[in-house]
Design a protein around this ligand. Structure first.
Ligand code: HEM
Length: 161
């Protein structure tokens, strides 16, 4: 409000709007629908689009490097599942990521892409996403337990006995 920096930001914002309106004749309605549709686009991209894809690529890089040390790959994937609990990214979406990854890499390999290779990648994704799901559920369970008060935990234990 009274702050010099926020004042500058406000006037810069107004300036930009004016240029857009005069320069490209974008009316209020167009601006509004662009803003609205961008919210949807952004949301979708964050779910299964480019951003996820770049992250997935870096994860696959690490996974491929651990293919001969499965216990290290397992730890990596379980931890990733745990962190996805905190990102609010549930396992029901993980399979879409594998499908998308496969359809993106297929054209790169052209004729080197075979049914056998496709099956191998699908298996890797099933393996990794299964472990991610395990990590996600462990973390969710841990949080549910933490949400229960120590007294309730004791009571529950007594009932089970
Ligand atoms: C096979 C499935 C997926 C893989 C391998 C994967 C991989 C990754 C990796 C490597 C990161 C970087 C941060 C970290 O290591 O914890 C990340 C972050 C994240 N992922 Fe995923 N992801 C997958 C699916 C999804 C899905 C389906 C969603 C959304 C529904 C999602 C949402 C996010 C979010 C919100 C972040 C945090 C971004 C940030 O704060 O920078 N991920 N993911």
């Amino acid at each position: 409000m009274g702050c010099a920096i926020s004042g500058l930001a406000q006037s810069a914002d107004l300036g930009e709007k004016k240029v857009l309106k005069e320069g490209s004749r974008l009316g209020e309605d167009s601006i509004e629908i662009i803003k609205e549709s961008w919210k949807v686009i952004k949301d979708d991209i964050a779910k299964v689009g480019i951003i996820v894809f770049v992250r997935v690529m870096s994860f696959i890089e690490k996974s491929v490097a651990r293919l001969d040390q499965l216990e290290r790959l397992e730890a990596l994937a379980v931890n990733l599942g745990r962190s996805h609990y905190h990102y609010n990214a549930p396992p029901k979406y993980y399979s879409y990521v594998g499908v998308e990854f496969i359809s993106a890499v297929q054209p790169i390999l052209k004729e080197r892409w075979t049914t056998e290779l496709e099956e191998a990648w699908k298996t890797l994704f099933q393996y990794v996403t299964g472990l991610m799901k395990q990590g996600y559920e462990e973390e969710s369970e841990r949080h549910n337990q933490a949400a229960v008060s120590p007294k309730e935990r004791v009571d529950k234990r007594n009932t089970a006995l």
